[in-house]
Each structure stands twice: as C-alpha cells, then as structure tokens.
Design a binder for this molecule. Structure first.
Ligand code: HXC
Length: 258
C-alpha cells in the first residue's frame, strides 16, 4: 500500500512503521491515524511478520493529536463521532507485540499512543507529557487511565495537572519505559528486541501479551483464571510439543506457528 504520512517496511521478521509527518512533528491527524491503523492491521495479517516496531523521527515520536484539525470542532461533533474512538485504538486490537520506540517528543496523544503499545523503549532525548491541560482539555486517548497504571498517582497527577514534560531518565525511573538507549541506536535496539519476540511461537507470544494486557482490566482472580485458560490451550499447539521436545533433545526448536 502507498502511504503519505507513514513509512512501512520489514526488517527480517519485524514490521516497522515510521510516523513521517515532519512538518507537524508527527501530529496525529485523521489521515495519519487511518494509515497507521491500516499498516498495523496489515502486519498483523502478514505471516512473515512476528512483531512490530512503531517509531517516529529523532525529533518527535508524535507531538500529540493535531490541534489545528481539532480546534474548531464542536461538542456534538466530537461526542457523536466518538472522537477519538476506534481509529485510535486499532493498536489495542493487534495480536502481535507492538513496541514503541520513542525519540524526542511523545506528548498528549503521542504519549497515549506509545502507552497503548505493549512496551516503550526510549532514546535519551525522549520527552513524555500530557500537556492537554494547557489547551483547556484533558487527555482523551486513555492518558488519565494508562499513565497512573504506569507511574502511579502522584506522578500521573503531577504530569497531567501541570502539563510539564518528563525526560527519558525520569520516565525510566517511573517505569513508563523499559529501557533508555542512545538515540542513534534506538531503532536498532527496538528491532533487535522485536526480533527476539518474533523468533518464538506466535500463538504463545500473542497469548502472553494478551494475558499481560488483561491485567489492566481484570481483578487478580479473573486475570489468573484467564491466564490459566490460555496456558492450557497452548498444549493444543504443535509448537508446544516442538519447544519442549527440543529442550529435552538439547537442540534448537523449529517453531511453525502451528
Ligand atoms: C498540530 C503541531 C502539533 C500538534 C506541533 N505542531 N505540534 N500541529 N498539532 N499537536 C506543528 C507546529 O504548529 C509547527 O507548525 C510545527 O509542528 C513545528 O512545531 P514548533 O512548535 O515550531 O516546534 P518547537 O518549537 O520545537 O516545539 C515543539 C513542541 C510544540 C514543544 C512539541 O510544537 C508543542 O507544544 N506542540 C503541541 C504539543 C501538545 O499540546 N500536544 C497535545 C495535543 S492535544 P508550523 O506550521 O507553525 O511550522 C492531544 C489530545 C489527545 O494530543 C486526545 C486524544 C485524541
């Protein structure tokens, strides 16, 4: 497919989506989000791809939803359209792991998009924030809900009520990101990490991320029960037999995603 605001390529078994709207610091307008959704769905359906990396430029992952596109919208318009709705949440429906590789600004909807991914790896120059309060609004793509789960109440309140930016070191201390790396090696590190995930049996990888993500939405008892059902179901796969036989026979497994 041909896209105007993103770039899409594969590196080995890793699908790479690069947000590419430099003139607006990758502001997430309607067209960009439509293209991103199509690209993510495309990779999810592609048997040659095992994991996905979502990144931006060295200057910006994404500076938020497109303020100029939103500024004249009315309450009934945004309400009845359910802005931001399904289009923004496509990433939540993807079964393969999605890694956000964040350099530069990840603000507002950009920070929320990164948090909707399965994990975030940051470049040293990354800056995270929810500056919506400065515009007379609040986060609208899950920021108030996901940030508190990642960094706890005090820091979530601090960021959301002051609108200040948090640098990569603070984001790592606060557990928003798994790792901080030099900007030059960010993409390489993210692709390497995704490549490790893509080397395993896809059914197990998909179920593992589904189970971890379910913890956001369930009680401990329900979550453990959900995990147990998925765990048992993997004994119906050929890859479970292969993985365990390979261990017993001291050889490398040959996973077939079956
Ligand atoms: C539209 C944006 C934009 C945005 C930057 N631009 N962010 N356009 N929407 N969110 C545009 C600028 O208007 C400018 O265009 C060009 O990108 C470069 O930006 P500058 O401001 O000149 O760059 P700089 O001085 O380096 O400052 C970078 C910045 C600043 C600190 C990131 O751009 C900024 O504060 N951006 C807005 C951040 C923000 O408030 N995000 C939250 C949005 S609300 P021109 O044409 O002038 O060169 C949101 C709600 C989500 O995300 C809710 C769910 C949908």
């Amino acid at each position: 497919a041909e896209y105007g605001m993103i770039k899409v390529e594969t590196r080995g078994k890793v699908g790479l989506v690069t947000l590419d709207r430099p003139a607006a610091l990758n502001a997430l307008c309607d067209q960009l989000m439509t293209e991103l959704g199509q690209a993510l769905k495309g990779f999810d359906a592609d048997p040659a791809v095992g994991a996905i990396v979502l990144t931006g430029s060295e200057k910006a992952f994404a500076a938020g939803a497109d303020i100029k596109e939103m500024k004249d919208r009315s309450f009934p318009a945004v309400h009845f359209e359910d802005f931001i709705g399904n289009k923004w949440e496509t990433v939540l429906t993807i079964k393969k792991p999605v890694i956000a590789a964040v350099a530069g600004f990840a603000l507002g909807g950009g920070c929320e998009l990164a948090m909707m991914c399965d994990l975030i790896i940051a470049g040293e120059n990354a800056k995270f924030g929810q500056p919506e309060i400065k515009l007379g609004i609040i986060p609208g793509a899950g920021g108030t809900q996901r940030l508190i789960r990642a960094v706890g109440k005090s820091k979530a309140m601090d960021l959301i009520l002051t609108g200040r930016m948090m640098d990569a070191a603070e984001a790592e201390r606060a557990n928003l990101v798994t790792r901080v790396v030099p900007v030059e090696s960010l993409l390489e590190e993210a692709v390497k990490m995704a490549g490790v995930m893509a080397s395993y049996s896809l059914p197990s990888v998909a179920m593992a991320k589904e189970a971890v993500n379910a913890a956001y939405e369930m009680t401990l008892r329900e979550g453990v029960r959900f995990e147990r059902r998925l765990f048992h179901s993997l004994f119906a796969t050929e890859d479970q037999k292969e993985g365990m036989s390979a261990f017993a026979e001291k050889r490398k497994p040959d996973f077939r995603n079956a």
